[in-house]
Structures are given as C-alpha cells and as structure tokens.
Design a protein around this ligand. Sequence first.
Ligand code: ADP
Ligand code: MG
Length: 258
Amino acid sequence: MGLIVAEGITKDYYVGVTSPREKFKKDIVAENITKDYHGGEVTVRALKEVSFEIEPGSFVSFVGPSGSGKTTLLNLIGCLDKPTDGSLTVVDTNVLQLNRKQAASFRGNHIGFIFQDFNLIPVLTVFENVEYPLLMVQNVEAGGRKKRVMSLLEAVGMEEQRDKYPDQISGGQKQRVAVARALVTNPKLVLADEPTANLDHKTAYMVIELMKRMRDEFETTFIFSTHDQKIVGEAEILYLLEDGELVSKQMKEGEVHV
Ligand code: ADP
Ligand code: MG
C-alpha cells in the first residue's frame, strides 16, 4: 500500500466563454422526489424517490411506458404541481416554496411548454399565437415583441406563414409554430410532454431535429417525454422510468445505472 492512493481522479480545465461557475450550475436538481395521488381510498404512488440532475443546454428525454410517471414528472419540473416528498430546484430556485402566483410568474419567465396537440389558438394568426406568451407574462413593448416573434418565426422557417390561421397550415407547420411559441419568452427550459405522439414518423423526426437545432441556437435546455421508440435514440441523455422509478440513465456514449 503506497502513501498516496488515488482512484478515478478527474481534473477538467475549462477554457473559452464558459466560466467554471456557469459550467457547474444545474438547471434541475431533483432529490428523492416522491409523488402520491390521493383519490378516495386509494393512493397511487406515481413517482418513487426519483433523483437526477440536468445541466444547462441538455437535450434530455424521459422514456417509459404509459403510466410510468412521465407526465407527473414534467408537471413537477414545470411547477404545475408539487411533489409529496423530496426536494426540487429548477433554475436555482427552490420551486417547492413558491405559491401559486409565484409559480405562474416563474413559469412565465423561465419555462416554455410544447403540448402534445400543438394547442394553437384557432382564432389567432401564426404571428399572434407566438406573440401570446409575451403579452401574458412579459412586459415587452410592441416593437420589441414584433422583433422577437419574427426572429423566432424565421428560426423555425415560418415567417412567410405569419398571417395564416392554424387551420390553414399543416400538422408539421403547427408544431413548428408551437416550438417558436415555447421559445419566445427566451426560457431556460422547454418542456414537451410526448410532443410527437400524434405525428407520423417523418414529422416526428423533424420536430425533434428542430428542437435540437433550437437548443444549439438558443442554448435552451430541452426536456421531452416519449414512449415512442422511433425518437428515443434522438435524445442525448435518456432517463428510463418504470412504474414511477428511475431505473437507468443512458448517455449517447453508453449507459450509467442510477
Ligand atoms: P405517463 O405520463 O408516463 O403515462 P403519468 O404521470 O400520467 O404517467 O401517471 C403515473 C401514474 O399516476 C399512473 O398510475 C396514473 O394512473 C397516476 N395518475 C396520474 N395522474 C393522476 C391523478 N391526477 N390522480 C390520480 N392518479 C394519477
Ligand atoms: Mg403522460
């Protein structure tokens, strides 16, 4: 036995624009999250002591069969609900302490949502749909709003359709508008609960590619859930949920058990 035993030592040097502090910041820190739903006499334990961390700019997927807890978990991250037990920090904020009003404001400023069925507002144009979150939560004057909306529509290739209504564009185009709308407030995180569930393979793949390109362009963290085998391989980090438990974490390079 030597005087010094060193095992598994790693030393990283950070160069370039990212400071070490920024590098070590996490977008999400979840520790032992448990979520119970109480319905009459039965209690459903939807999540069991789930722990994970997500770094800024990640492209992450929670994967698992129906009923495994994906929606429950995304709802907790999106501050739409609170865990029964455990701790959860989202963008350096202990979100369990937020009241309803604070949670709404936190969501408006930090989180974008992409819904399964696009959820575009039928009486608003493409432009107005993307503008909507800015009117709701952020106090941006008209000129600034127009600039912001148009830059997002350009980013998703929908600037020429700006005056069309949702029923005048295709499913794939609607999803592009939904991605632009999720990003318009410049959120740190975008959450998408089974965003490709109702799409054909080609459109599903395009949506995932678009989200990845937006992650690269805006450095937004994307977290989506899916039970769709076709797109599972597109995530860079993949968490597998089974019956409310996080059973594995897979990175593009290989698999790490949690
Ligand atoms: P997934 O999105 O992976 O299909 P969910 O998070 O929707 O899974 O559901 C996880 C478990 O929690 C399931 O057993 C489901 O029936 C239950 N569950 C979800 N929402 C509720 C609720 N509001 N009340 C009672 N049980 C619920
Ligand atoms: Mg679900």
